[in-house]
Design a protein around this ligand. Structure first.
Ligand code: GDP
Length: 312
């Protein structure tokens, strides 16, 4: 990485900002694009690549959101993500970038894939319907990397993170993922501004990885991996949503009862990655779930916890 120009696409997001933090110690030049370079616009992306000529590209830009947002904005989740991937991946080829890392998601795997889900479960069955739009776009991104490797010899790789969380997360209750939503709700319950409502039954199982661990894994993959297989990046730390809510309540110090809202969807019953391939490449996570939730809550407080009025 030393001396290389490394472009982090999506540097304002939770993952992109963690990557920028992580790359600081690598002796590389981190490049970011201004907000006006809308990555859905091919001409703007081509122009930016021509002017900046990155050696390495990390594609962390995406339209993302939790279970409710995915279900309610299917066109945006499909179109925006396809457009971003096509434009950035092709511009990287056109400008002869040495390496590109595409970031996917564990929701690319079939809803009923055997657990834990290994990389070869891809495209072996139907997807979970609540996020299939996003998943289809991400599968297309993996396939683009594989196709560009085969046809053009590009060293384009993919990583599939499990559910990520950490500083810079989205705490808007309508569009966030479960962990930031629970942190916010527990906080509001603690200060007497709401109850601690958990969507669904509480029984789905999820695996969580702190975004700083993920950024570290990305750098490890850039240095050590060249291949077609989209590499899973998980923590192996699986909890039920009910257990997670209790853990968050303990850490935040919210004493109230948990209320379950059965009108909200559970989504896929279980989503655990098999990360043994990555372990074989020499990488394992360092941040425990309890440590990660505590530091994310601190960051939430330090950034000025959102007020009750923007609660949806
Ligand atoms: P998923 O992993 O793609 O299903 O996405 P989410 O992180 O949005 O949801 C994970 C699980 O947490 C689902 O079973 C949700 O129903 C459950 N959940 C419980 N409370 C909440 C909440 O307040 N927000 C969200 N987004 N999910 C919640």
């Amino acid at each position: 990485m030393v001396g290389r120009k490394v472009y982090v696409a999506g540097h304002r997001g939770m993952v992109g900002s963690a990557l920028v933090r992580r790359l600081e110690g690598e002796g590389c030049h981190v490049l970011t694009a201004p907000r006006e370079t809308d990555l859905r616009e091919q001409a703007l992306v081509r122009q930016w690549f021509k002017e900046n000529a990155p050696d390495v590209v990390i594609l962390a830009a995406a339209k993302v959101g939790g279970i409710w947002a995915n279900d309610n904005a299917p066109a945006e989740f499909l179109y925006d993500n396809l457009a971003i991937e096509m434009n950035v991946i092709d511009a990287a080829r056109e400008n002869a970038a040495e390496k590109l890392l595409f970031l996917g998601s564990s929701c690319i795997y079939p809803r009923d894939a055997p657990q834990p889900m290994a990389e070869d479960a891809l495209l072996t069955g139907p997807l979970e319907s609540t996020n299939e739009w996003y998943a289809i776009a991400k599968i297309a991104g993996i396939k683009l990397c594989q196709a560009y490797r085969r046809q053009y010899g590009c060293d384009f790789i993919s990583a599939m993170p499990t559910n990520l969380y950490g500083p810079g997360d989205n705490f808007d209750l309508a569009t966030s993922h479960v962990l930031p939503a629970l942190i916010r709700k527990a906080h509001e319950a603690r200060i007497g501004q709401g109850d601690f409502t958990v969507w669904g039954t509480g029984s789905p199982l999820r695996e969580f990885l702190h975004v700083d661990d993920f950024a570290d894994a990305c750098v490890h993959l850039l240095k050590t991996y060249s291949g077609e297989v989209p590499v899973n990046v998980g923590s192996g730390q699986e909890v039920s949503i009910r257990e997670l809510a209790k853990l968050v309540a303990d850490i935040v110090g919210s004493a109230g009862e948990l209320v379950f809202d059965g009108t909200k969807p559970d989504g896929t019953p279980r989503k655990l990655l098999d990360s043994s391939y990555l372990a074989g490449l020499g990488w394992t996570p360092k941040i425990t779930l309890a440590q990660g939730i505590a530091s994310t809550y601190e960051a939430f407080l330090a950034n000025g916890a959102p007020t009750h009025t923007d609660r949806k």
